[in-house]
Design a protein around this ligand. Structure first.
Ligand code: UDP
Length: 452
């Protein structure tokens, strides 16, 4: 009992990006609610605001910068990540050493984003338990495991065969070879090497996912067997933590007042997350299609998200006027609140994992426009496994946009998707209530942290 009282500090190590910081901070909140103290170790690049009222009482320390962000452009994402991990080990060891000196030997565990695997060296050196946190779906982790075992040359030859592309992977239904997330991380060989590093659990004692068994039970059981360490599915963490997470950009709240004036389930909400970029032509076709659909829309137009434009100045006068008549544009929205608003009838999304969970939790069906590998896999689940959305493939053109919006908001087909989304929402909410799968998993994790 005494040991439990001493070791109540958890060190969290997030990746400096909105989609990673958000669930990590929510996890911290969920653990704080269970009586743990939270220290967030962030690289200088992360700008988590400690002033956010949801995260009062968290401590923050800085991991010295070991590799400038500008290197990522020269190296490519996978190689940058691997080099960052190599160069960050010593700085993080110093960080932990100082924490241990300041606070006595009271660190219960280091929980690190799966991409920040340099943390394992410090955990090993100071004999501290460590747990991996995956901010993406469990199915993506399954794919990383599969990719880590592939031979790049043979895979590239195999994938030229359309039959092979459509083949379902043994024991991994419904995953097909073409669903493996191989785009968005640069050339294949460094990606496979990165997967080998990321799935190498080293000395970690467990792995946490922001998912729930009602969404991905097969992938979770597969991982449990494959990894041989406890797998905790605690999601959706924004419900468990009762917190939307920190916002790295300023939210535009005026859109909620605009939503208040719209009819129930009439609005299509468009948001492509914190990183995706579009070409001007795609944005213009989207704008035309949205206006032609005659449905009201709320569009998050992130500054710099359209190639060659600061913000919406590249919208021609004619469309700009129509957009203003039928829609509302913000730079960044309070997304969870927007998705929960009764006026919202559909979500046009890039299918980041957080956005996907947030949409399902509100029972909102989706139009999927994924940009890179992980998002494409999430989109495949949304359209074909959970059947709560429409996938837009190929070039975006105004007619296709108009049809997709109408199918989702007005047609019976869309009503069926909404029904299934609401059904999943109920299941997800049940999973975080007393006795539910995520609730029980959190309970087990707490016991585990107290006994490690
Ligand atoms: N988000 C938000 N307001 C916006 C756009 C995004 O609050 O206007 C939040 C969204 O709720 C989600 C996160 O940013 O929690 C984006 O994460 P996701 O995994 O969906 O995509 P990423 O940004 O990592 O591509």
């Amino acid at each position: 009992m005494e040991k439990r009282a001493e070791k109540r500090r958890i060190v969290l190590v997030p990746v400096a990006a909105q989609g990673h910081v958000t669930p990590m901070m929510q996890l911290g909140k969920a653990l704080q609610l269970q009586g743990f103290s939270i220290t967030v170790a962030q690289r200088q690049l992360t700008q988590i605001s400690s002033s956010s009222q949801h995260f009062l009482g968290f401590d923050y320390v800085t991991i010295p910068e070991s590799l400038p962000q500008s290197e990522s452009k020269k190296l490519g994402p996978a190689e940058y990540l691997m080099k960052l991990n190599k160069t960050s080990e010593e700085g993080f060891k110093d960080c932990i050493s100082q924490l241990l000196m300041q606070q006595g030997n009271d660190i219960a565990c280091i929980i690190y984003d799966k991409l920040m695997y340099f943390c394992e060296a410090a955990a090993k050196e100071f004999k501290l338990p460590s747990v991996i946190f995956s901010t993406s779906s469990a199915t993506i982790q399954v794919c990383y495991c599969v990719l880590s075992k592939l031979n790049a040359e043979k895979f590239l030859i195999d994938m030229k065969d359309p039959e092979m592309q459509d083949k379902v992977m043994e024991g991994l239904h419904p995953l097909r070879y073409k669903d493996l997330p191989t785009s968005g991380f640069g050339p294949l060989e460094p990606l496979l090497e990165m997967c080998r590093e990321v799935v190498n659990k080293r000395t970690a004692s467990a792995i946490i996912f922001n998912t729930a068994s009602c969404l991905e039970s097969l992938s979770l059981s597969w991982l449990q067997q494959e990894l041989g360490i406890p797998v905790y599915a605690l999601g959706p963490l924004h419900i468990t933590a009762s917190s939307p997470g920190p916002s790295l950009l300023q939210e535009g709240r005026s859109c909620v007042e605009w939503l208040n004036k719209q009819k129930p389930r009439s609005v299509i909400y468009i948001c492509l997350g914190s990183k995706a970029h579009m070409e001007t032509m795609e944005m213009l076709e989207m704008a035309w299609g949205l206006c032609n659909s005659n449905q009201p829309f709320l569009w998050v137009f992130r500054p710099g998200s359209v190639a060659g434009s600061e913000w919406i100045e590249s919208l021609p006068e004619e469309i700009s006027k129509m957009v203003k008549d039928r829609g509302y544009i913000v730079k960044w929205a309070p997304q969870i609140e927007v998705l929960g608003h009764p006026a919202v009838g559909g979500f046009w999304s890039h299918c980041g994992w957080n956005s996907t969970l947030e949409s399902i939790v509100e029972g909102v069906p989706m139009i999927c426009r994924p940009f890179q590998g992980e998002q494409k896999l999430n989109a495949m689940y949304i359209e074909s496994v959970w059947r709560i959305g429409i996938l837009l493939q190929g070039e975006v053109e105004r007619g296709g946009v108009e049809r997709a919006v109408k199918r989702l908001i007005m047609d019976e087909e869309g009503a069926g998707m909404r029904e299934r989304a609401v059904d999943l929402k109920d299941k997800l909410k049940a999973s975080v209530r007393s006795g539910g799968s995520s609730y029980n998993a959190l309970d087990e994790l707490i016991k585990f942290l107290n006994t490690e």
